[in-house]
Design a binder for this molecule. Structure first.
Ligand SMILES: [Zn+2]
Length: 281
């Protein structure tokens, strides 16, 4: 009986300590659990796509439907072309092969995400996996090198490597800004639309921080996220951008990471990058 009481109370102490750790360091506890959740999501999708054909490259396993057989070599080439510049820029390479799934059409891709069908992405990164819309549904070019330059692989693979590196410790806008920054650096590609000029009224930093995905003009929100990341590299230097990323990987919140790397408080950063962007982008 006495033994039982001691056992129960020591279990209670362990549970209390775990709760205290999670309460005192919520970011740390979440960062420890995050890779496990990502691996579970990846294993689930790998299982769900077990009937699809698969194509292996040194760093990627690409799953596809029979209709996409003609495009798979082009996707493989773009994926491998993204590998060195993205892992080099972030100074990190995830272990094992990255799973890429090609969906034959937009409704199949959207169905998998429970989307309404209004999204028009060519690719999505979620849960450790890159999911692509079949090039046959959107790609109008002729060559694999054109697909490599204008396609989604550098963008989505940046999301993936950054997610591994930081265990999910980042706001949405920052990963979108970083993915576009590498597209800009590696492929000289920028997503410009009639609605995303930086000359007019911009969303505020707190709008980007708090509700990036809900902002009505997504092309403007994306353009601003690129500007906010590009400002760090262009004005303070690539090394400072790597410092911000290293601080996120160490579990610091983004405002602290930016303030420490740039020696500038976050409120000042929120004033400086739009000013720079209006002059230089
Ligand atoms: Zn993205």
């Amino acid at each position: 009986m006495r033994k039982m009481v001691i056992l129960k109370s020591s279990v209670a102490v362990v549970v209390l300590m775990a709760v205290a750790v999670a309460f005192l360091f919520p970011g740390k506890a979440r960062m420890l659990a995050y890779p496990l959740a990502r691996r579970a999501a990846e294993a689930k999708l790998n299982y769900e796509t077990r009937a699809m054909a698969s194509y292996e490259t040194p760093h990627f396993t690409i799953k596809y439907s029979p209709a996409d057989q003609p495009a798979v070599a082009m996707v493989a080439q773009a994926a491998e072309a993204a590998y060195a510049p993205v892992t080099g820029a972030l100074g990190y390479a995830p272990g094992g092969k990255t799973l890429v799934v090609i969906y034959p059409d937009r409704s199949a891709l959207n169905r998998n995400f429970g989307w309404s069908g209004s999204q028009s992405a060519m690719g999505v990164y979620w849960g450790g996996v890159i999911e692509l819309l079949s090039p046959s549904a959107w790609f109008k070019g002729n060559t694999a090198s054109e697909f490599t330059r204008t396609g989604p692989m550098v963008h989505e693979y940046t999301h993936l490597v950054f997610d591994h590196l930081t265990s999910g410790n980042y706001p949405r806008w920052f990963t979108e800004g970083l993915a576009q920054y590498l597209e800009y650096k590696v492929n000289d590609y920028e997503w410009r639309t009639a609605d995303n000029s930086l000359a007019g009224r911009l969303y505020t930093q707190s709008e980007l921080d708090g509700s990036f995905d809900a902002l009505p003009d997504q092309s403007l929100a994306y353009r601003e996220s690129l500007a906010a990341v590009r400002y760090i590299a262009a004005v303070h230097g690539e090394a400072k951008l790597r410092e911000v990323i290293a601080a996120l990987a160490a579990g610091r919140p983004l405002p602290d990471a930016v303030a420490a790397a740039l020696d500038m408080d976050y409120g000042m950063y929120a004033i400086e990058w739009p000013k720079w962007a209006k002059m230089n982008m």
